[in-house]
Design a protein. Structure first.
Ligand code: H79
Length: 459
């Protein structure tokens, strides 16, 4: 049993947030992550060699001197960048929000920060006077999407960044670094007050863990500047260096962001007790645009991405799907095609995703995922891996009987047989290119619809 420790910089609440902004985020379920920066230009290739590791790590993989890397700023002209086009594509995908990298580990800032000499202001794009982040925020807002700003605390460019603080000189430098990061975050929140929240990364080093006070100070400052701003758990450390969850086990920040390129165990229900978001690459391991054919060969298909979305929602979380535009500012054709296919599925079957969550009391199936809409009591069967038998078994919860099964996104007839022990045998199409979805309603012994199937999602 966890003992209660007195903390100055621990969680700010023990219950999940339930205000309008949080409820909107929770019901959005699908977000678009965009990794864009100087790394999009070499895209994993340097001096004739391709480095298959994540494109945004190229300065490390190819051991590039900072001064040499920073010369890429001269090439950042982004002639194809069109915020309206990006936003339309995100809308077509069915994403409800964007999280955009404002500064990744290499220190390059996508806004003209007064506090850095490595920003978009030093690029041919920035010299035209255009404000890229403002263009993106406006375009996405016009399409009805919210925007969150990603910020890496880890910074390979800033001379005062430290991985750990070992000497008085380190201490002085790192204090300056934290002041710099605070100033940048204040600048972002002041320049772009329309954003819904912030997404922190690069906070796992000892230097940050030893300064939990700073992570709470930043969370508080951002929420003072933008009331209700959402902040991910990855920002936070407590008095003792505990990250995401404080020394008493309470989540810090507003939603858990520990799921990176993985999802919770489909049989584990505990994760639905709090808000969480998983972020996911569309190829195996690169967030920034990568030209490697070996990386490209790992690209996930629309059906796989659809399954990831269903999986996340079935466990009560959001999924942030990552796009890596190229160095010219184009979303690459493979990612446009994905947005089109997944978007078509979401346009037809989104009622099983948006505003949905964990189906309490239902047994997770082997052939796919169940999601539930608490407002209607409807449970959705999303058949991502149809059994070879062509029959998917659904077990309705104890104390209920089947009221109806209907197809979502199609008028095709349904063949479903009720068996003993509350089983329904549902005939599914083993060759369907994208997951079939069925809406299932059950009634209690008294004949009332069974609602409250998902107490965690209140929209
Ligand atoms: O921006 C993308 C990646 O470039 C960035 N996060 C996503 C969203 C990223 N940076 N580093 N990493 C991902 C991997 C870092 C892994 C580790 Fe660790 C950091 C290994 C050791 C320290 C994670 C945190 C595992 C242990 C602590």
């Amino acid at each position: 049993m966890t003992q209660t420790v007195s903390l100055k910089y621990g969680a700010q609440r023990t219950q999940r947030r339930d205000d309008r902004r949080m409820r909107d985020f929770r019901s959005d379920r699908v977000g678009q992550f965009i990794h864009w920066g100087l790394y999009a230009i070499p895209a994993g290739r340097w001096k004739g060699r391709t480095y298959d590791f994540a494109a945004e790590f190229l300065p490390k993989s190819a051991d590039i001197a900072p001064a040499e890397w920073e010369r890429l700023a001269d090439e950042f002209a982004a002639p194809d960048f069109d915020a309206t086009e990006w936003a339309r594509m995100a809308k077509q995908l069915g994403a409800r929000y964007l999280t955009i990298t404002t500064k990744h580990h290499d220190g390059f800032c996508l806004w003209p920060s007064e506090h850095s000499d490595l920003t978009i202001a030093q690029t041919p794009f920035g010299r035209t006077g255009r404000d890229l982040l403002a263009e993106l925020i406006d375009a996405y807002t016009n399409e009805g999407l919210s925007v969150h700003l990603y910020y890496s605390v880890l910074d390979w460019h800033h001379p005062d960044w430290r991985y750990r603080v070992e000497t008085p000189e380190d201490e002085a430098a790192f204090v300056r670094y934290l002041e710099f990061a605070s100033a940048q975050l204040r600048e972002l929140a002041t320049r772009y007050p329309q954003v819904r929240g912030f997404w922190f990364d690069g906070t796992w080093d000892a230097s940050v863990k030893d300064n939990g006070w700073w992570t709470l100070e930043v969370e508080t400052m951002l929420k003072d500047l933008i009331p209700g701003a959402l902040v991910n758990s990855r920002l936070r450390a407590d008095d003792h260096g505990a990250r995401h969850f404080d020394s008493n086990g309470s989540m810090m920040g507003d939603f858990e962001s520990g799921f990176e390129r993985r999802l919770p165990n489909p049989w584990d229900t505990a994760v639905t007790e709090r808000d969480w978001e998983a972020c996911m690459t569309l190829t195996q391991g690169s967030w920034g645009r990568h030209v490697s054919t070996r990386v490209e060969a790992t690209r996930k298909s629309p059906a796989e991405v659809t399954e990831l979305i269903a999986h996340a929602v079935s466990r009560g979380g959001n999924i942030l799907l990552n796009f890596g535009p190229d160095g010219r500012g184009s979303i690459v054709p493979e990612e446009r095609a994905l947005a089109e296919s997944v978007g078509e599925w979401l346009a037809n079957c989104g009622e099983a995703i948006y505003g949905c969550g964990f189906a309490t009391g239902w047994i997770p199936p082997t052939w796919g995922h169940l999601t539930a809409d608490n407002r209607t009591g409807t449970v959705y069967a999303i058949v991502t891996n149809p059994p070879v038998s062509g029959v998917a078994l659904v077990h309705v919860p104890e104390g209920t009987t089947l009221a109806s099964i209907t197809r979502v996104g199609s008028d095709a007839p349904i063949e479903a047989v009720e068996r003993e022990q509350r089983q329904i045998a549902l005939t599914v199409d083993r060759t369907a290119p994208m997951p079939e979805v069925f809406a299932i309603a059950v009634v209690t012994a008294e004949g009332r619809p069974r609602t409250e199937v998902n107490p965690d999602v209140v929209t």
